[in-house]
Design a protein around this ligand. Structure first.
Ligand code: DGP
Length: 110
């Protein structure tokens, strides 16, 4: 999608260093990290949010890719977050998984 910042990152239009990539996904450091390690994993193709996702194979792949990305960056313990909708904190409307680690996580999340 032309106006989507994460589509531009995935396509290389905005030069970004990927910490992990495969044929369906890319992962890169979050601009506003909320933990010592904070990476975003996105599908290469545009899906606005989890509510618009309807490809079970891709959705399963995202979890596998998140684990592989975490392994690649040396995270054995981590939190995955998918903010879905503005009230949940979603600000970029291209589906993304936050991979957070490197510190003790609190519960409940804010
Ligand atoms: P969310 O609030 O769940 O939609 O998360 C969006 C995240 O994306 C937020 O933590 C900040 C990050 N972000 C926004 N724009 C950019 C960008 O251009 N580059 C990178 N690396 N991260 C971005």
């Amino acid at each position: 999608m032309d106006s989507c910042i994460f589509c531009k990152i995935a396509s290389g239009e905005i030069a970004t260093s990927f910490v992990y990539e495969d044929d369906l996904t890319v992962a890169f450091k979050d601009l506003q990290p909320q933990a010592p390690i904070h990476v975003l994993l996105i599908p290469r193709r545009h899906i606005a949010s989890l509510n618009e996702a309807n490809d079970p194979q891709l959705q399963g792949h995202l979890l596998l890719a998140a684990r592989r990305a975490a392994e690649k960056i040396g995270l054995k313990q981590y939190r995955l977050v998918i903010n879905t909708g503005p009230d949940a904190g979603q600000s970029v409307f291209h589906l993304h998984l936050h991979i957070l680690g490197g510190r003790q996580m609190n519960w409940p999340p804010g």
